[in-house]
Design a protein around this ligand. Structure first.
Ligand code: NDP
Length: 252
């Protein structure tokens, strides 16, 4: 079996699992953060959990990337820098900025590690080995330009929205408040909306099926969770702004 065939087979399987995950998450919210509950085995601190869960996306990605034939080419290097900008923040900065909150089941952390290993292979291999179209000409192509704008625009929305959430708790607090300002005017989870925009931007900028699969997975994870967060806010706060949608302004 050649590598492209293995890659395509894994991709199809991966997309099928994302569809099952989407349906499952509509019924059962992943048990961390406000949806934490007993019955999912041993737990660990959320700060350590985030670091362990996300670190393969930094390290495995760079190792797999470096093994590619095009690893030293300019366009793949720019894409590598984009990926690492996101994941170094998510792994080493975000976990220390979040405040309070429940522990995380080790089972969720393990699933996150597995997800990040497969995702690192599908994306790193795409950009440094399987996508020879990523020559320096790619920098002036429309999908790259639009993809980069969406990627960094989405990242800005994600980080500024997470910052609003972090500002709600005083040190030591664990309770939830109604977030206000920024994109919270329109949706309950603008951090998830930003993350979605970011990975659809990545799919465009890399013009790869691995990138598209990651964007679809992000939607499979975050759309059901945004719907669950939105429902949770409405049950918890009778004065919750009624016009706010879950994740897509005016639509969903
Ligand atoms: P949440 O929005 O649920 O929580 C983010 C942080 O803010 C947590 O520390 C949370 O505390 C706190 N928080 C949330 N709402 C409130 C509130 N109303 N009042 C006070 N504090 C609040 O995001 P997640 O934890 O699910 O995700 C964190 C980041 O990871 C996000 O940027 C998300 O986009 C990204 N992510 C990406 C995924 C992907 O598939 N690419 C999958 C999952 C997450 P607590 O922990 O106590 O709830």
């Amino acid at each position: 079996m050649t590598e492209p065939l293995i890659y395509e087979t894994l991709l199809i399987l991966w997309l099928a699992i994302s569809a099952v995950t989407f349906c499952a998450l509509l019924l059962i919210s992943a048990p961390y953060g406000r949806h934490s509950r007993r019955g999912f085995g041993p737990t660990m601190g959320a700060t350590g959990g985030w670091i362990v869960m996300e670190i393969p996306a930094v390290i495995a990605f760079v190792i797999i990337y470096a093994m590619g034939d095009y690893a030293a080419h300019a366009a793949p290097l720019v894409l590598l820098a984009m990926w690492q900008t996101h994941y170094i923040h998510r792994t080493f900065i975000f976990p220390f900025r979040r405040k309070g909150g429940a522990d995380m089941p080790v089972s969720i952390v393990s699933m996150g590690v597995f997800f990040n290993l497969v995702n690192a292979y599908l994306n790193a291999r795409a950009i440094s080995h399987l996508s020879p179209q990523l020559s320096p000409d790619w920098f002036t192509e429309l999908p790259f330009v639009v993809g980069v704008v969406l990627f960094f625009g989405g990242m800005a929305i994600n980080i500024t929205s997470d910052n609003i959430l972090f500002s709600l708790r005083k040190p030591g607090e664990k309770n939830y408040k109604i977030p206000k300002g920024g994109f919270y005017r329109w949706v309950s989870c603008p951090n998830y909306m930003g993350e979605l925009i970011e990975w659809f931007g990545w799919a465009l900028a890399t013009w790869s099926l691995g990138g598209l699969a990651f964007a679809i997975w992000t939607a499979a994870n975050l759309v059901p969770r945004a719907i669950a967060h939105d429902r949770w806010y409405r049950e918890k706060f009778p004065d919750y702004p009624h016009q706010r949608r879950a994740i897509v302004p005016f639509v969903l």
